[in-house]
Design a protein around this ligand. Structure first.
Ligand code: BG6
Length: 513
């Protein structure tokens, strides 16, 4: 991986001018589930990147925690060395960082004695490394392990310290409103909300953060950002990948819980929210919560559920969801969801928000498509009978991060002809490199900035929106892998495939030209 310059990004809790990296305070970062997939793929490499950029220079030691009693510091260090991508830094730097900063502590089955031993280990390491009780606990665990771990930390007195204590909880946060409320109650029994960092990795993506800048630093867009000028908003997260080896989790989750309730809802909240009073966590989260609370009840005929059948991806045959390892042959778990959502508020009344996500779709694509209203009068009808096309702004997150603005121009020469062109901005082109979402989120955690983390009320507001749909009893509609979802999607989303109309679909003089 090419070293990434994260300094020019000014955000809450970060340097305002981006000139000097603001290093973090010396602290201990405790990862539960330290030998798991997420820790190896995302968390540990992101911590190393922060070190490479000098952002943890004042010291941040990592204590890996898992049930594995056979593991020790040396064995865990080998795991960490393997987890850091080889092109992230010089082998000698990786090795010396690992040797100086990585430790391991087993917690067995999480008995009180295990947490007491963990506490003693943390205090010993803090003493050796001169750390003044500044601790992050990252629960990179399956959701069923959250309650006992949170209670174990609390009962051992690990919920507070001489400096600060922060608790990071991965998604999924609950599986419906009652379970999310219950988990929040448990968390709040031991931790204050100001200590809690609920992760949604979409919030760490640059384009998602750029949405705030795009909307609130460019008066041009924000003044059009309402029902008077916007026809519809489409949010699409399409994946080519199938369920892979995650059937154990996915069979009980499905696309509504896995993607819609979390990632798509976060995107929706950022697009729809009102202007916050300040660029800081409290004000931003408050506006997101208000936007979510204004979502009108979703009608049953405004939702389509799908499940992929066998098909082809990139020309290669792939099995259907029910044939995937670990999936029941009679599974009714949805791998695709399309929704039409309306917000009952002054800004968005009458503007449909279309949300769509699926696995094994035609291609990988994550975008927010804002369709503006048509020009009120088609004054070019005497010279061109082509149907007018409204401006569209497409904010893309995947495969490239950036945005496209579609608009009409006159094609040069005769006959008089309109042509659709784009203005585009591409992060890669403009800045070359982008920090990984986890890097951004972990840096914010270490700096104590909660802006990009999900508040308790936000998570509950989101589950409340989808509660009626979670009770679905009808089976999902089949769609072939490699398509844009079930045919039924057409009943609620204007274009089954998110795209601009091609020239061939345009009429009249343009087509003739
Ligand atoms: C995860 C979901 O949260 O997000 C996965 O559990 C999904 O099912 C993934 O594949 C998508 O993330 P990204 O960043 O690749 O769009």
């Amino acid at each position: 991986m090419t070293p990434i310059d994260v300094t020019p990004i000014a955000a809450p809790g970060r340097t305002p001018d981006g000139a000097v990296p603001q290093t973090t305070e010396p602290s201990i970062f405790v990862i539960f589930g330290a030998t798991g997939d997420l820790a190896k793929r995302k968390i540990l490499p992101a911590m190393y990147e922060l070190h490479v950029h000098g952002l943890t220079d004042r010291g941040c030691i990592i204590l890996g925690v898992s049930r594995d009693a056979a593991m020790d510091d040396a064995a865990f260090r080998a795991v960490v060395r393997d987890a850091i991508p080889k092109d992230s830094g010089a082998q000698s730097d990786i090795a010396s960082w690992v040797d100086a900063n990585i430790y391991y502590q087993p917690v067995g089955n999480g008995e009180p004695g295990d947490f007491a031993a963990l506490k003693t280990r943390i205090e010993g390491l803090e003493h050796d490394h001169n750390i003044a009780g500044k601790r992050s606990f990252y629960l990179s665990l399956p959701p069923e392990a959250f309650p006992s771990t949170i209670a174990g930390l609390g009962a051992a007195g690990l919920n507070h310290s001489a400096g600060w204590t922060r608790l990071v909880i991965e998604k999924p946060f609950g599986r419906d409103l009652p379970s999310a409320e219950e988990l929040n109650r448990l968390v709040h029994q031991y931790f204050d909300e100001s200590q809690v960092y609920r992760i949604d990795h979409y919030l760490g993506k640059e384009t998602v953060q750029n949405l705030l800048v795009f909307r609130f630093a460019n008066a041009m867009f924000e003044s059009l950002w309402n029902r008077d000028h916007i026809e519809s908003v489409e949010i699409t997260v399409a994946e080519e990948l199938g369920v892979e080896q995650r059937a154990g989790y996915y069979e009980h989750a499905g696309a509504l819980r896995d993607m819609v309730q979390s990632h798509l809802t976060q995107l929706l909240a950022l697009v729809a929210m009102e202007v916050p009073t300040a660029f800081e966590a409290g004000a931003i989260r408050e506006e997101k919560i208000k936007a979510l609370r204004s979502i009108a009840p979703i009608r049953a005929d405004s939702a389509v559920f799908g499940q992929y059948a066998a098909g082809r991806i990139d020309g290669k045959p792939v099995p259907g969801y029910r044939q995937e390892p670990g999936v029941s042959p009679a599974s009714t778990t949805e791998t695709f969801v399309a929704l039409r959502i309306c917000l009952d508020n002054w800004r968005w009344q009458g503007v449909p928000f279309y949300l769509r996500t699926g696995k094994r779709m035609a291609r990988r694509l994550t975008e927010i498509r804002v369709r503006f209203r048509q020009a009120p009068i088609w004054m070019f009808r005497t010279v061109s009978d082509a149907s007018p096309q409204a401006n569209t702004l497409v904010i893309t997150l995947q495969p490239n991060e950036g945005f496209l603005l579609f608009f009409e121009v006159k094609a040069p020469g005769e006959p008089f002809r309109l042509q659709r062109l784009t203005l585009h901005f591409d992060y890669d082109e403009a800045f070359k490199t982008l920090p990984e979402a986890y890097q951004t989120l972990l840096l914010d955690l270490l700096r104590g900035d909660q802006t990009l983390f999900v508040h308790a009320d936000e998570v509950e507001a989101s589950w409340r929106v989808y509660a009626p749909l979670l009770a679905r009893t009808t089976p999902p509609n089949a769609y072939p892998a490699g398509s844009w979802g079930p045919a039924e999607t057409k009943t609620i989303v204007p274009d089954r495939e998110p795209r601009e109309p091609t020239d061939a679909q345009r009429t009249g003089s343009e087509k003739a030209a």
